[in-house]
Design a protein around this ligand. Sequence first.
Ligand code: ASP
Length: 587
Amino acid sequence: MFRTNTCGELRLSDAGKQVTLAGWVQRTRKMGGMTFVDLRDRYGITQLVFNEEINADLCEKANKLGREFVIQVIGTVSERESKNKNLPTGEIEIIASELNILNTSLTPPFTIEDNTDGGDDIRMKYRYLDLRRATVRQNIELRHRMTMEVRRYLDSKGFLEIETPMLIGSTPEGARDFVVPSRMNPGQFYALPQSPQTLKQLLMVAGMDRYFQIVKCFRDEDLRADRQPEFTQIDCEMSFVDQEDVISTFEGMAKHLFKELRGVELTEAFPRVPWSEAMRLYGSDKPDTRFGMQFVELMDVLKGTGEFSVFNDATYIGGICAEGCASYTRKQLDQLTDFVKRSQIGAKGLVYARVQEDGSVKSSVDKFYSQEVLQNLKEAMQAKPGDLILIMSGDDAMKTRKQLCELRLEMGNRLGLRDKNKFSLLWVVDFPMFEWSEEEGRLMAMHHPFTHPKDEDIPLLDTHPEQVRADAYDMVCNGVEVGGGSIRIFDPELQDKMFQILGFTKEKAQEQFGFLMNAFKYGAPPHGGLAYGLDRWVSLFAGLDTIRDCIAFPKNNSGRDVMLDAPSCIDQKQLDELNLQIAKIEE
Ligand code: ASP
């Protein structure tokens, strides 16, 4: 047997056993005539001991071991004199009697320990070494357990796991496609799926009834923080369902995952918050509801009730109440003002009001408002003595709410209200069907073009499309959109109309989606579904700040794989075969 045990397995009860272990040398320490080696594998670390007095040759061999050498050791399990409580194997060590060096190693460019000295770039370049670190490995293990639990849950509910192709045509999910040139069809390109959206709908037409797939999706977006050009979705679709059926099936899945992977029993139904409420109370369609601090609209209280022209000209004034923060110093308040003025947030300023111990209100706009107005403000905000009221205003309500949302999250951070071990889940429902795109100068589907409008809003499609709400839903956890989906259109005429509103000519719609429209003519069942972001779920469960850390080989923030050095140029022969010519490369 190559090894009898792993490096994470042996305990005091194994003392006296002869064992064979194999793994990587994490560290060697020489103390007097003894050499200690920490041997590591996926399962843990076990201490090996080489005693000069018992076997000088063997000990000398051990002294030459370098970091990350791969070795095999035979020895006897023995009780340790000085036990290490931090290691599961910390009560024992192996008194070595044989040592085989299976492979040597260059000195690794960073320490392969939980707290490594390696920066991000170097760790990504040598990701295979980074993955040897327990903290990274554990994320990969969690990811595995999660996909196993997803499969178990969905299988128990009758879902079939079905693969869909990677080389397809365009699927509109609102991003650019990654394209792949076809050698056999000169001048033609496949697109990599942004999601298997149309294919899973075709599976419903095919009568598959309940489908899922743990699937790679590709979106060529400008990389915002924590986006990967390729990411994994738990993609699902169901037939003969309404929104309620989909929501309850996948709320069940979320509860299953929390129970199995975090030991957390979520017994209550997740709240359902209409999109318009989420925007009104939190300025976000993915509110972090681990804490309150909901927005209060202050137009009635502050517009036209004083001489402050900024508020008098505003179309939206909103405030949040930070409990117990009246003691914030001038410097802290200046920091908050700088925070909202940062280019990513883009607010012009911030007004604050402190509620004093005697109940009076002192604000940065005192000279414009009477104490009576400030008392009305206090009341509207339900602020108590010791609280700090923070107010923002603007001429675009949506924009200002988004800015106030950033401030709310910042205050949540400062006040320690965003505890990674606390989970607050909800569904955001009733999304608008469309949103106006300045860039395109037309309405765009907020979710995607196959989303069913709310039945009662269908008449508005012809008159006020911007007011139409959709049967679309997102699951949100701790301010992160962890999944989203919708009930789909299955009537070819309604789908036609949708394409029309979205600015497709009949020909263009036929060209791009003819296959789907055609399929709908052969008895499409009512259907709907959703997709969960696997990477986000894992990072949420693992308490990670970025999804990168739960992906074995992630790309960096510029979409590069620095280990493989991809993307890269291809040689002329390959270009010729593909009938491609590089026209220009912008520096
Ligand atoms: N295809 C959608 C997405 O990737 C999810 C869905 O509607 O099922 O966001």
